[in-house]
Write a protein that binds this ligand. Structure first.
Ligand SMILES: Nc1ncnc2c1ncn2[C@@H]1O[C@H](COP(=O)(O)OP(=O)(O)OP(=O)(O)O)[C@@H](O)[C@H]1O
Ligand SMILES: [Mg+2]
Length: 235
C-alpha cells in the first residue's frame, strides 16, 4: 500500500509556561487513499492535536507528516494556508459556521477563499447542500437549523474545495443518537463515493462507521507510537 497520508515519529509537546506538556509521542500512521480512519481515545489523549497537525492548523514539535506528495512539516506559512484551504477539509464538533450568514453563504464564502469563480459559486454551493440533503434550507442561518442540519452544512463547506482529506473532530459530539447515525452514515457514504481519506476522532464509546483502522491511546495518557494503528473494522 502506498500511503496517501503518513506520519513518522510525530511528537507534539505544548509548553505551559515553563512546564512541557507532551501529548503526541512518536505517532507513525499510514493511511491509504479512500480509507476511513477513526482516531479513538479518551479525553485529553491528543485526538484533536493529531487532527490539527494533519490539517496544518498547528505545527509539530518533531517528526514528519506527508500528505500526497507534500511534506506538511516543512511547509512555509503560505504553503500551509494552501494546504488548509484545498488539500484538507475540516469539520468540528461545534460546527464553526458563521452565524450571521445563510447556509448557502457559508459555502459560497468558502468557495471564494478557494478561488472558485464568482459566477459559479451559488450553483456549486447549492449542489453541495443538495449532496448533504439540505436543498430546502439554503437561506437558513445556523441558528435556524437543527444540530444535524448545521453539521451537514459544515460537511458541505468542508467539501467545497474538493479536498483529498476530510478531518472530522468529534463531528457528532453535539448530536442526539439518531442524528449521530445519520451524520456517520453521510461521512461514510461521502468517503466511499469520493475515494478521499476521512479521519475522524471520537470518544471510545461513539459509533465509528466503517472505520478500518483506529489510532488509540490504549489507556495511556497520550497517543503514542506503539498504539498508533489497530485494525478495528466496525459494522
Ligand atoms: N495550547 C495548549 N497548551 C497546553 N496544553 C494543551 C494545549 N492544547 C491542548 N493541551 C493539552 O493536550 C492534551 C490533549 O488535548 P486534545 O485537545 O488533543 O485532546 P483530545 O483527545 O482531543 O480530548 P477531547 O476528547 O476532550 O476532545 C490535553 O491534556 C490538553 O490539556
Ligand atoms: Mg478533542
Amino acid at each position: 500500500m502506498t500511503p496517501f497520508v503518513l506520519t513518522r515519529d510525530l511528537c507534539k509537546t505544548y509548553q505551559k509556561g515553563t512546564v512541557p506538556v507532551p501529548v503526541l509521542q512518536g505517532v507513525s500512521l499510514d493511511i491509504a487513499r479512500g480509507e476511513y480512519v477513526s482516531v479513538v481515545g479518551r479525553s485529553g489523549s491528543g485526538k484533536s492535536t493529531l487532527l490539527n497537525l494533519l490539517g496544518g492548523l498547528d505545527t509539530a514539535t518533531s517528526g514528519r507528516i506527508v500528505v500526497g506528495d507534500s511534506d506538511v512539516t516543512s511547509m512555509s506559512r503560505q504553503d500551509l494556508a494552501v494546504h488548509r484551504r484545498s488539500t484538507v477539509g475540516m469539520i468540528f464538533q461545534s460546527f464553526n459556521l458563521i452565524p450571521s450568514r445563510t447556509a448557502l453563504e457559508n459555502i459560497t464564502l468558502e468557495l471564494a477563499f478557494g478561488g472558485h469563480p464568482r459566477s459559479d459559486r451559488r450553483r456549486r454551493a447549492s449542489e453541495l447542500l443538495s449532496l448533504v440533503g439540505l436543498e430546502h434550507r439554503l437561506s437558513h442561518t445556523p441558528g435556524e437549523l437543527s444540530g444535524g442540519e448545521a453539521q451537514r452544512v459544515a460537511i458541505a463547506r468542508a467539501l467545497a474545495n474538493a479536498p483529498d482529506v476530510l478531518l472530522a473532530d468529534e463531528p457528532t459530539g453535539n448530536l442526539d443518537s439518531k442524528t449521530v447515525e445519520e451524520i456517520v452514515g453521510l461521512l461514510v457514504a461521502l468517503n466511499n463515493e469520493r475515494g478521499s481519506v476521512t479521519c475522524r476522532s471520537s470518544e471510545a464509546s461513539a459509533p465509528c462507521g466503517s472505520a478500518t483502522k483506529a489510532a488509540t491511546s490504549r489507556g495511556s495518557d497520550s497517543i503514542s507510537s506503539g498504539a498508533a494503528l489497530v485494525s478495528a473494522p466496525t459494522p
